[in-house]
Ligand binder design. Structure first.
Ligand code: MN
Length: 203
């Protein structure tokens, strides 16, 4: 399968028209938001394409990207939005609007499984086995062709996964549970930023 990959330096191009339903993923230097920088933001419109934005880590000046992220009319599909929104909030300083998360959808829809990783969902809903071995690689410098392919694969399946999970949620009458749960995402990230990382509701 050939993915249409476009690498953009610092920001999305001025004249680029995306759809009103986009999949997003990010790559960081590591998982510690206080230490590790946000390096890449990948966007797919669901047509086997990936726009990979290599951010300027000195300025994080990316007005076009920020306007897409903050646009309420554009639906965004993340997988594990909690981590992406955390890094976006800290480094791009933008409030992302209209967020969906396939990991939260999966936890509510697929109570028959305890595996909610992206790899598991791609396997179940797209029938493809993806290689996650480049997940922990250096995204801070020049990107290899393999890294670009890896980053693209993290976004190109999300529309399909979202549609499949949505159907299950509706069929099982859990879509309201999901819609109300995802509203908590901003509060969850603010708790993370305030170092309340575990579940504050637990005993
Ligand atoms: Mn990724």
């Amino acid at each position: 399968m050939n993915i249409d990959i476009k690498l953009h330096k610092e920001d999305l191009p001025d004249d680029l028209k995306l759809s009103d339903n986009i999949a997003i993923d990010c790559e960081f230097m590591g998982l510690n938001v206080d230490r590790d920088a946000l390096c890449l933001v990948q966007i797919s419109t669901g047509k086997n394409d990936a726009h990979i934005i290599q951010l300027n880590r000195e300025t994080y000046n990316a007005p076009n990207l920020k306007s897409v992220l903050g646009n309420k009319k554009i639906c965004k599909i993340f997988h594990y939005a909690r981590a992406d929104i955390l890094f976006i909030k800290k480094y791009l300083k933008v409030n992302v609007e209209n967020i969906n998360c396939t990991k939260i959808m999966s936890k509510l829809a697929r109570s028959y499984s305890d595996k909610h990783g992206l790899k598991d969902l791609i396997k179940e809903f797209a029938g493809t086995d993806i290689n996650k071995s480049l997940q922990s690689s250096d995204f801070g410098g020049e990107l290899s062709e393999k890294q670009l392919q890896y980053c693209a694969k993290d976004v190109i399946y999300l529309h399909k996964i979202y549609d499949s999970l949505k159907k299950i949620l509706i069929r099982e009458k859990r879509d309201n549970l999901y819609t109300n749960s995802i509203k908590f995402i901003h509060q969850r990230v603010d708790l993370d930023l305030a170092s309340f990382t575990s579940d504050i509701w637990s005993h």
